[in-house]
Design a protein around this ligand. Structure first.
Ligand SMILES: [Zn+2]
Length: 54
């Protein structure tokens, strides 16, 4: 599989908008940085808040 973002061989397959795409390690890390702003991380932070309120 080829990286979705460049011409390199993909190292990791990720699901993006319901479609599986291959990404190389460099672009996988970029995607993870993008995900740091994603909603699911807010949910995790909410759960951490609950723990802190004990
Ligand atoms: Zn790439």
């Amino acid at each position: 599989m080829q990286c979705h973002y460049c011409d390199r061989e993909a190292d990791i397959a990720v699901e993006k908008d319901g479609i599986k795409v291959g990404v190389c390690k460099t672009h996988f890390q970029e995607q993870m940085e993008d995900l740091a702003d994603a909603d699911w991380l807010d949910d995790v932070e909410d759960q951490l808040d609950i723990d802190r309120r004990e």
